[in-house]
Design a protein around this ligand. Structure first.
Ligand SMILES: [Zn+2]
Length: 433
């Protein structure tokens, strides 16, 4: 066993349904006893040290120990396409994202980027992710293989499209079915890996192929589903033209049985009340991707309306539309957006932000019984933020008056350069410093 000594902060509660202060748990000089990757005791370091005097201690003082971050929308084949500024969504896809994604037809290329991508997640403190995959099955094998090697908690799937995008990204309906099923059979439920059925968005997916997605969900009971929705007004208008029989964008998925508690929809910036009501009733989640929404000019996310309709919201970096893999930056940008919405916004505390970056994502992915906080019985996935001595972050952390204040200063100032250590199921991974 190992006794970790640190300033330990997590959000075992849900600050959107209880007083934020009650959702937080914090120990300034805390202890976590970890055996075989599982947290078996938690408390003050002094108490645990007295109880377990012989266990080796890992000292992680001078910073914060947080649960590993959970990114619920991030594109593996866009790792090398970050920073395409100045374009709205559909132009950005054509000119920036899709040419890069075509390169994943080459499994050798995919293998290299899969490693870069997953190591990038770890270096950013992300230990669990719902990954939007590539359009090529061999590239998905490379991603799953690399994720298994690293013990990351990854849910991902082959991306399916059969129209409007560049043709080299298309699959046939039968190919979509057979290749997805083969990947599910090979990878789903193995170790920390799971499969997500993944049509790119209904704009680029015919009803025939969406029906295959529904078949896959029914045939494989516990696989997940993810796609895009209501990101950009031009996209929403095109989907309305392509699906005259559907009452709204969400209905293009709902008709095929794709809206349920195992669905995570990215963006949902321009959601109608009807769509939100259906998501709330069915338990579908929204992955909010604030730097992407700001960068592509997609819009200001209506968080308050999601919460009022009982829709769970988690965070996504949406790399490469987003501007990096570090999820605390997404938390800060989410806070900015709600401030800019004025009376329509939902003012966020630092407790909300930590919840969004950790436990909310674990709940969205059905993993809240395993990761997302430091409760006893959970797997020890953790990130240690330790600012460089003398840096503005370090100075602010030293002057924080309590855990909420320390978190607020962390969201304002921390970067991935402050990630000093990452643990996956109790094992330290990555270089650290
Ligand atoms: Zn996306």
């Amino acid at each position: 066993m190992t006794l970790f000594r640190a300033t330990v902060i997590d959000t075992p509660g849900d600050p959107f349904s209880v007083d934020p202060a009650g959702a937080l748990s914090a120990d300034q000089d805390g202890g976590l006893l970890v055996r075989d990757g599982i947290i078996v005791h938690r408390g003050s370091f002094g108490t645990l040290r007295t109880k377990f005097p012989d266990e080796p201690v890992t000292e992680l003082r001078g910073g914060l120990l947080l649960p590993g971050f959970v990114d619920t929308h991030v594109h593996y084949p866009q790792l090398r396409a970050i920073g395409g500024l100045g374009m709205p969504l559909l132009d950005w896809l054509d000119r920036c994202a899709l040419p890069e994604e075509s390169k994943f037809a080459d499994a050798g290329y995919a293998k290299i980027v899969a490693g870069e991508f997953l190591d990038g997640l770890i270096a950013s403190g992300t230990t669990t992710a719902l990954v939007f995959g590539a359009h090529f099955a061999a590239a998905m094998h490379e991603l799953f293989t690399a994720a298994a090697d690293r013990q990351l908690n990854i849910t991902a799937g082959l991306v399916l499209s059969d129209r409007i995008l560049r043709p080299d990204l298309f699959c046939t309906v039968e190919q979509g079915r057979s290749e997805s099923q083969a990947l599910i059979d090979r990878w789903h439920g193995g170790g920390r890996l799971r499969y997500a059925v993944t049509p790119r968005f209904s704009l680029s997916t015919t009803n025939q192929l969406l029906a295959v997605c529904g078949d896959l969900m029914r045939a494989n009971k516990d696989v997940f589903f993810t796609s895009h929705i209501n990101e950009n007004l031009a996209e929403v208008a095109t989907v309305a033209e392509l699906f005259p029989e559907s009452r709204d964008y969400l209905d293009t998925y709902h008709r095929h049985g794709l809206v349920n508690a195992r669905s995570v929809y990215a963006h949902n910036v321009h959601a109608s009340d009807k769509e939100l009501a259906l998501m709330g009733e069915t338990g579908a989640w929204a992955a909010h991707c604030p730097t992407s929404n700001a960068s592509l000019g997609s819009g200001l996310f209506p968080l308050r309306r999601h919460v009022e309709h009982g829709v769970g919201v988690s965070l996504g970096s949406d790399v490469g539309g987003g501007t990096g893999l570090f999820l605390l930056k997404e938390g800060l940008q989410a806070y900015f957006m709600q401030q800019l919405l004025g009376a329509d916004g939902l003012p966020l505390t630092s407790v909300h932000l930590l919840y969004l970056a950790t436990r909310a994502g674990a709940r969205a992915l059905g993993l809240a019984d395993r990761v997302g906080d430091f409760a006893i019985g959970k797997e020890f996935d953790a990130v240690w933020l330790r600012p460089a001595s003398g840096s503005p972050y370090s100075i602010n952390l030293a002057h924080a008056v309590d855990a909420t204040d320390a978190l607020a200063r962390t969201f304002a100032l921390a970067t991935s350069a402050d990630v000093a250590g990452v643990w996956l199921k109790g094992d330290r991974v990555g270089a650290g410093r």
